[in-house]
Design a protein around this ligand. Structure first.
Ligand code: 13P
Ligand code: SF4
Length: 310
């Protein structure tokens, strides 16, 4: 790419020329968020993907998100700037092992967090996200046994919240398990007025001391509605861009990771760059493709989720 090229301008041009829409997750780098037509959490992104009239969906997020958009839009072209943008949580549930796990629990229905592969979705009864999980669980009769996959932290949090005893798959997100309770506690002592806000993919000890727990969209809303001037944010750092934009006079401190060499960036989300976004729009590759039998099987539990979330 010519370094003098105005990528913002070029991406806007390509959007118009190709009737393309750019959907971005809050964990994307700030430039990508600024050029996106819609920025949201996993539920918002799935809902936008379901209703768009664009011919091309450019998904600035990770593979399972783009895959969900393709499942809902088989006739549209779905592009992902970097096909290697995966997800440690989705990877923690290989389909064959999960199929056996499900067989070991007959009579259970399967609720899967959207952060999973199309193969896992096809083995599930209903999909949920962190913003609608309680509602989805409540839609299932109280005496119906449930398997929840793949996130054990979100699953344990939901068991506590709903009083259910869901069987949990033992998966986790590498970014949300990185936080140090000890360092967070020290930070809270130094910032006594700060509110600790956390994503439910965090481990229980962090969630116990949080003032508010929610999906990325819910965390963002909380920072707009709450009167606190300082927030300690226990999730991926990309969300700080919108928090800061919406609240220029408030301070946002990323929750400290356990190991000082580590950071709270998701290495998968951050594989996408503005350059790759431009290139994928220009050349219409890499594209998400999927076997039709798998697609229809994976679509059913997503549609159930979208129906319940209306
Ligand atoms: P939400 O934006 O739906 O809260 O999901 C967070 C996440 O980890 C996405 O990978
Ligand atoms: Fe997956 Fe965690 Fe990255 Fe989200 S933040 S894409 S759950 S690895």
């Amino acid at each position: 790419i010519d370094p003098s090229m105005d990528l913002f301008h070029e991406i806007e041009r390509l959007k118009k020329e190709k009737n393309a829409i750019v959907l971005a997750h809050y964990y994307q780098e700030p430039d990508i968020q600024d050029v996106a037509d819609y920025i949201g959490d996993s539920l918002g992104l799935a809902q936008q993907a379901e209703k768009t009239t664009a011919d091309i969906i450019v998904f600035a997020g990770v593979h399972f998100m783009a895959e969900t958009a393709k499942i809902l839009n088989p006739e549209k072209k779905v592009l992902l700037p970097d096909l290697k943008a995966g997800c440690s949580l989705a990877d923690s549930a290989p389909a064959e092992l999960f199929r056996r796990f499900r067989e070991q629990h007959p009579g259970h229905i399967v609720i899967s967090y959207i952060n999973c592969s199309a193969d896992i979705k096809a083995l599930s009864d209903i999909i949920c996200t962190s913003s609608n999980a309680e509602k989805i669980i409540e839609s299932v009769p109280a005496d119906q046994p449930i398997i929840f996959a793949p996130d054990r932290n979100l699953g344990a949090y939901l068991n506590k919240k709903t009083g259910r005893n869901m069987v949990l798959w033992n998966g986790a997100c590498m970014v949300h398990e990185i936080f140090s309770l000890e360092k967070i506690t020290k930070l809270k002592i130094r910032h006594p007025e700060a509110k600790l806000i956390a994503h439910p993919e965090c481990e229980d000890p962090v969630l116990r001391v949080a003032d508010f727990i929610g999906s990325t969209t819910q965390l963002l809303k909380y920072t707009q509605q709450d009167n606190a001037k300082e927030f300690i944010v226990a999730t991926e750092t990309g969300i700080l861009h919108q928090m800061q934009k919406g609240n220029p006079f408030k301070t946002f401190i990323p929750a400290p990771p356990d190991n000082s060499c580590a950071c709270n960036d998701c290495p998968h989300m951050k594989l996408n760059t503005l350059e790759k976004l431009y290139l994928c729009m220009e050349f219409e590759t890499p594209e998400i493709t999927m076997d039709e039998t798998l697609r229809t099987a994976a679509k059913r539990p997503i549609e159930r989720m979208l129906e319940i979330s209306k």
